[in-house]
Structure formats: C-alpha cells, structure tokens
Ligand binder design. Sequence first.
Ligand code: TRP
Length: 350
Amino acid sequence: MKNKGLIASVAVILLFLGATFVYQLGMRSGTNQASETSEPVEKAEKTVGILQFVSHEALDAITEGIKEGLKESGYTEGDNLTIEFQNGQADQSKLATMSQQLLNKDADVLVGVATPAAQALANVTQDVPIVLGAVTDPVGANLVADMDQPGGNITGVSDKAPVAAQIKLAKDLLPEAKTVGILYSSTEDNSKYQVAEAEAAAEENGLTSKSYAVPSSNEIAQMVQVMAREVDFIYIPLDNTIANAMQTVVQEANKSKTPIITSVDTMVEQGGLATVGQDQFTIGVETGKMVAAILDGTAEPATTPIYTFSDGETIINETQAQLLGITIPENLKDEAKLITTTPESEASDE
Ligand code: TRP
C-alpha cells in the first residue's frame, strides 16, 4: 500500500513537471512568434528631434512621412519614441535657437526638413547624427563632402528633381513657347543648383531662359507680374519661399494666363499646370527609415550614401489646362496622372 502511494505521488509529480515543461515550451515558441510580429515594442526608447524650415504642403507631408517611416521600422511615437518637433517659420534666428534647443533635449538623431533647417542643425553639432529630409543638393549646401561617402555626422534623403523631364514636359504641353522664366528665392542654396540645371535643360530644348530671384516673399506678386510680360511660361524649382506663396503666384499668373511648370506634385495641386515630381510623403517615409537604421545602430551617417530618387510621376492639372486654353496631347493623357482643382483666380474674381 505504502509503495503504491509513493509510486502514485511520484507519478503525479512527474506528470506535473512534464506538463509544466510542455507548457513552458509552448510559451517560449509563443513569445518567439510574438517577437517576430510585434518587434517594434521591444526596441529601446529613443528621442528624435525634427526641425522643419517652414510650413508648406510639401514639407508638412514630408514630416508626416518621416513619422510613418519610423513607425514602419519599429519606432512609434508615444510608445518607444519621443519626437521633439520645431517649425522655424522661415526665420533664420528662430532656426538657430530651435536647433540649440533640440540639441539640448539629448536627441539620439536630429532631422532637418528642407535645406535651411538642415544647415541650422549642422551649425550646432558635429557629433549627434543628422538626417537630411528632402535636401535638394547636400554637397552644394555644404552639408556633406560626398553623396556616396558623406564623411561626417550627416546623411539623408535628397529630393533632387528630374529637371530635364520637367522642361521636356513643358515643351510637350506648350509647343509654341520660346522663353521660360525661372522664379526662385535668392536666399535658398537648394534653388541655386536647380536653377542652373533648368537653364541647361531649357537650352537643350531650344528655349531661352531668364531667371528671376526674389529676396523675400514680399516681392513675389510683383515679380510674377513682370514675368508675365516677359516670358511664355514660369518654371519653379524646389524652393520653399515660393512653395509657401504658391497661391499668390497662381493668382498673379492666371491673370495673364501664364502657365506654371513646377517641381513637385503639391504645387500642381495648388494651381500649377504640370510637373514630373516625386511624392512628398514617400520622400518622408524614406527619411524616417534612414533615421530608424541609425537609431538601431545598423547605419552610420559617415558611410551611409545619400538616398536619391531616379524618376517621378507626370502630373497635369486639367482645370488649369482648360483655363489656359491648353490641349493636353493624347499620349500625355495616357501616361500622366490628371487632377482637377478649383481655379484660384476665378474664385476670387467673382
Ligand atoms: N528640397 C527643398 C530643400 O532642399 C525642400 C523641399 C522639399 C521643397 N519638397 C519641396 C521645396 C517642395 C519646395 C517645394 O530645401
């Protein structure tokens, strides 16, 4: 009897241990699976400081994209990520102060959205990694030594536009045009480079080009009036000052029915005629992913090449085409994304 009792107890204990073992095995494989699908939760807490140069549609979309790219890579705001965000409102002294403030927050990575913001951040640190969000010409803006081997604490994403394709599109839409006027701000390093590229592309397409630099947004309306008398169409590079005043540009240009070829989808949505451009949100997503790789420790700015896009999407504003009396060629109609908008000048004239 005693023996039977002992055997029974041992059996019970063995059964219990066995069950626990099997249960734990199950748990372990369970957590394994969980860690594969919800890996984000396990990443360490990080802080990212974002400095955006100014608010305009494109830069706002890029900042949203950055958050999305971080999220896709496992860093979610409010969960394992703190984002310190500042908007410089196109003011150089604000940009300088805000850069210092972001640095003082001990950010793990700093992100400069648009060239002037990135330059302000670069002025305050040579140690903390800086990621460029949509900086057209990182070398020309003195931010990196080389596109493939940045060399210092800075890398990022360039939104260098397909300028030749944009001028070619202008030629296809406006076969009669002979003169292009390039409108940009003299204070932005990002624009200088693209203006030179546009001048070369114009020449290749048999167009005469003239450039019109505004010292600030105050001169834009008057400058567009002058251009309307002197050129057949207006070309706008990736210029923040002009992007911020796009409504004024469209209003003035529409008065004289002067077409506007832009460098970006958002400017076509605001009343430009057409562009071959990159999706601004996607530029942000790529930037966010690069920030995440640096946070992970799998990438270092010095050896991470600047990311560039090789092409863009053709976008044509049908409402503007109609207003300007332009017939969109059939082949372009097939390949382009056609959009419609509320005509700005008509709305305000009536
Ligand atoms: N590339 C610009 C810069 O370097 C920033 C920018 C991104 C931009 N998207 C834009 C400017 C759209 C005007 C319009 O500063």
